[in-house]
Design a protein around this ligand. Structure first.
Ligand code: AHG
Ligand code: MN
Ligand code: MN
Length: 332
């Protein structure tokens, strides 16, 4: 086996990278590697659908049915179907929880030891306007014995228990960014070759940044502490950037340094973002990249989930910025 500590050159294909890194896991059987390949493959399919999105309503351009003869669906539903299908066929997963499904999807797979939580299409308000969107996923190892029906404790695990997490960003390029707890690596999709290539090795977020990302339209219903922090950002002449697709906002801030905040507001008393499908995965990634994720008081990865679809306020990004935000809001 190749030594997994050898840094692979930029341009290494995803498959080769995953195979090489398998050595980082004691007792690795290759199942997690296969699961990541399944996600990457479904990402290619979803990427293709997204690229056609603008054509869907043009009569005759692609018709009302897709290649499998299914009716055209809204892209978030379609992405959900694609990822679930890839994970079901892949065989490594015993259960999936999805932002799009009310209940746990128990795959009755007696061999699968992994549970996946997924936001199949993040930023859905941006689908129709040709702005970047994404997919977010978390992978956990099931805790009850394999071969039995899925239990609540297999699903409601805290973020700290993730064995892998990642996102796909369908932007000006399509990217897959993931971690298995040994740093964060980013791969860019080359559509003519149908391959992802390592383009962002060992990603690290700057400790301090000058971008703040928050929907300031809700300013009037922010807590007074948060208002004060935003005033600090304005007084410091930071740059305001808010796409409205969490993955895209997160990715920019990861590369450039910044803070993303989705707070509790009058409209969304517990915040809007979902702990299991959005925040845990991005919290794992940001910590691996040297940043911080909190709910304003507590580390996201330490939150014990009580229900699948639970929401949580989210502060994520550069270490010093998140610390400053926390200190400001908690001082009031
Ligand atoms: P989703 O499309 O998966 O429902 O997520 C949308 C989320 C997130 O992507 C984004 O940051 C946030 O909603 C934007 O919300 P506001 O429009 O309230 O700012
Ligand atoms: Mn989302
Ligand atoms: Mn979504």
């Amino acid at each position: 086996m190749e030594d997994s500590r050898i840094a692979l050159p930029i341009g290494t294909a995803l498959d080769r990278f995953i195979k090489n890194k398998q050595g980082e896991f004691q007792y690795a059987t290759g199942e997690l590697s296969q699961l990541l390949r399944d996600m990457a493959l479904a990402g290619k399919v979803v990427n293709r659908e997204i690229n056609k999105a603008g054509l869907i309503n043009i009569a005759g351009a692609i018709g009302t049915q897709n290649i499998q003869g299914e009716d055209q669906q809204k892209l978030d539903v379609l992405a959900n179907i694609r990822f679930i299908r890839a994970l079901t066929k892949g065989g490594e997963v015993c259960a999936i929880i999805s932002e799009e499904d009310e209940e746990v999807i128990d795959l009755s797979n007696n061999k699968g030891k992994y549970v996946v939580a997924i936001d199949p299409l993040d930023g859905s308000s941006n689908i129709d306007v040709n702005v970047s969107i994404g997919t977010i996923f978390s992978v956990y190892r099931r805790v009850t014995p394999i071969g039995n029906p899925i239990q609540k404790e297999d699903i409601l695990q805290k973020g700290d228990k993730q064995v892998a997490a990642g996102y796909l960003l369908y932007g000006s390029s399509t990217m897959l960014v993931y971690t298995t707890g040994h740093g964060v690596n980013g791969f860019t999709y080359e559509p003519s070759l149908g391959e992802y290539f390592l383009s962002h090795q060992d990603m690290c977020i700057p400790e301090e940044g000058n971008i703040f990302s928050i929907n300031e339209g809700s300013f009037n219903s922010f807590s007074s502490g948060l208002k004060q922090y935003i005033e600090h950002c304005r007084a410091s002449e930071y740059t305001a950037r808010y796409i409205g697709s969490l993955v895209a906002d997160f990715h920019r801030n990861l590369l450039k340094g910044g803070i993303y905040i989705y707070p509790a507001t009058a409209k969304a008393e517990k915040g809007k973002l979902r702990l299991m499908y959005e925040c845990n995965a991005l919290a794992f990634i940001i910590e691996q990249a040297g940043g911080i994720a909190s709910d304003g008081k507590k580390r996201i990865l330490d939150i014990e989930p009580t229900e699948m679809h639970q929401r949580v306020p989210f502060f994520v990004g550069s270490k010093k910025m998140v610390e400053k935000a926390e200190a400001t809001i908690n001082a009031v």
